[in-house]
Ligand binder design. Structure first.
Ligand code: HEC
Length: 205
């Protein structure tokens, strides 16, 4: 008990020495135990400052640039959602053609296959080396049934364990990946009935 009181008293004194003088005015700089963000090399907006030739701290927009907000619009292409709502668009809002699918395949193989596998079934290299426990199988019925816009949104922002790829993959490429992913899914959902009758007989059983 004696030691406890002694240690306690020491603690009280230490705290008072270190923290007690905070807020009192002194010419000497205070001891900073946790300097955190006490001093920042920043300019306060709307205040005079000698750093720039015109003496203002706020800077006008740089000539020839466009504010991001003006450029970015709440359209299905940009957000994957019906404008002004939080509802995902069911069908991708871009034209699907061979060029888009080829681009999507290339981008999928670069950005997605390390985890989801080239076939999208979750057997990518990260799974083999055990870097990721559960990687979604993109052929799951639930994912096949997701609206296109939600998949776009997952690529942009990620979901649960999956990080977002919005910073790496452009808007156009994200839609290309969505289109290619649909083609991958279709490749496992097709049945004999999808094959034109003339060539059914030539298929290996
Ligand atoms: C670093 C590994 C990794 C990469 C790369 C990756 N994913 Fe994922 N993805 C995951 C994991 C893990 C999950 C499961 C997330 C969970 O539910 O915890 C997942 C889930 C998903 C889902 C299901 C989301 C849902 O609604 O449940 C989709 C769709 C998907 N990923 C698409 C993609 C696409 C398209 C790409 C490429 C742009 C991609 N992923 C890249 C790891 C990855």
């Amino acid at each position: 008990m004696r030691y406890f009181l002694l240690i306690f008293a020491l603690c009280v004194v230490t705290v008072m020495v270190v923290a007690g003088k905070r807020g009192s005015i002194s010419r000497r700089p205070p001891i900073e135990v946790f300097p955190d963000m006490d001093r920042q090399p920043k300019l306060r907006p709307q205040t005079p400052n000698n750093f720039f030739a015109d003496g203002k701290s706020s800077r006008p927009p740089i000539l020839g640039t466009v504010a991001w907000d003006d450029h970015y619009q709440d359209t299905p292409v940009n957000t994957g959602k019906v404008s002004g709502t939080t509802n995902f668009v069911e069908v991708l809002p871009v034209d699907v053609n061979a060029k888009l699918l080829a681009r999507g395949q290339q981008r999928f193989n670069i950005n997605c296959s390390p985890c989801h596998g080239a076939q999208g079934d979750g057997g990518g290299i990260t799974k083999k080396i055990g870097a990721m426990g559960v990687v979604a199988n993109l052929h799951d019925k639930r994912i096949v049934e997701l609206p296109d816009g939600e998949i776009f949104n997952t690529i942009t922002y990620g979901k649960n364990l999956m990080g977002g790829y919005g910073a790496n993959v452009t808007v156009e490429d994200r839609w290309a990946i969505v289109a290619y992913l649909r083609a991958l899914q279709l490749s496992r959902l097709g049945s004999l009935d999808d094959v034109p009758e003339q060539i059914r007989a030539t298929l290996k059983k």
